[in-house]
Design a protein around this ligand. Structure first.
Ligand SMILES: NC(=O)c1ccc[n+]([C@@H]2O[C@H](COP(=O)([O-])OP(=O)(O)OC[C@H]3O[C@@H](n4cnc5c(N)ncnc54)[C@H](OP(=O)(O)O)[C@@H]3O)[C@@H](O)[C@H]2O)c1
Length: 240
């Protein structure tokens, strides 16, 4: 039986991925701060779901993952879906800090733990949910876009590292556009092109099983990504 850990599985994209893996006969380890949400998920298949509730910004991620992987008896796939972002027009440092502590600091520890674990066994698959936001800057939520740019760049670096070390580690960078989850904070109707979680998850799972290097979710966001890469700053600054 294959084994996967989903960091940030208590809601949204991470939860959907975890449930898909369970349906596909994976044993799963699920994490998040909201223990009640995780325990609800565990009820679906208590034998094949292991819960580890912790705050990625307050605990040692490496220690928590070591403990979890021991309980699971091994690991084939690590999915990092934990993430935070908020509009921060006044550049309140607490919001920028909270974003960076999770999306940069905890992300780095978690993805590094995964890389070293899979290096030792010379196999494994790391999947991280970054964002299309990582392509360009954003004046409304500067740390969110910058932290996602960091994730995209870091994952590419790890792919180079795996190649140079001749390690059989696959790394998939999932870059969603807007998906209908709690991270939108109830603003779904004010945002253009919000995709359903179900549709997004279908495409994410397809990319994971194909071991794609990177993928925009949903497919229509390929067009947005293309435009974002080439749109001049003088136009973009009027939008974000
Ligand atoms: N939805 C979108 O439009 C969209 C677009 C692009 C990228 N993304 C990315 O997709 C990923 C998943 O987000 P989502 O849309 O599924 O939103 P979500 O439902 O809010 O999920 C976020 C997950 O992160 C976990 N998390 C947040 N802070 C944490 C902390 N300090 N410690 C541990 N876990 C923490 C949450 O669990 P707890 O609250 O239980 O801790 C939850 O499971 C994020 O990285 C997000 O940036 C989302």
């Amino acid at each position: 039986m294959k084994k996967a850990i989903v960091v940030g599985a208590s809601s949204g994209i991470g939860k959907e991925i975890a449930l898909s893996l369970l349906r596909d006969h994976y044993k799963i380890g699920i994490t998040g701060r909201r223990i009640n949400n995780l325990e609800e998920i565990k009820k679906i298949d208590p034998k094949n779901i292991i819960v580890s509730s912790f705050d990625c910004t307050k605990e040692s991620n490496a220690k928590k993952l070591d403990e979890l992987v021991k309980l699971m008896g091994g690991l084939d796939m690590l999915i990092i879906s934990s993430g935070f972002g908020d509009v921060n027009k006044s550049l309140e440092f607490s919001i920028e800090d909270k974003t960076n502590q999770l999306n940069v600091v905890a992300f780095t520890e978690t993805v590094g733990w995964g890389f070293n674990y899979f290096s030792k066994q010379n196999s494994g698959h790391i999947v991280a949910i970054s964002s299309i936001a990582g392509i360009r800057g954003n004046g409304l939520a500067p740390s969110y876009n910058a932290s996602k740019a960091y994730q995209i760049n870091y994952l590419e670096g790890l792919r180079f590292k795996a190649y140079r070390l001749k390690k059989s580690i696959d790394i998939t960078d999932v870059r969603p556009g807007y998906v209908d989850t709690e991270i939108l904070k109830g603003n779904k109707d004010k945002i253009y092109w919000v995709q359903s979680l179900e549709k997004a998850n279908k495409q994410i799972m397809k990319a994971i099983y194909k071991k794609k290097k990177s993928v925009y979710i949903t497919k229509r966001y390929n067009i947005v990504a293309f435009i974002l890469k080439f749109i001049p700053e003088r136009i973009l600054k009027k939008l974000f």
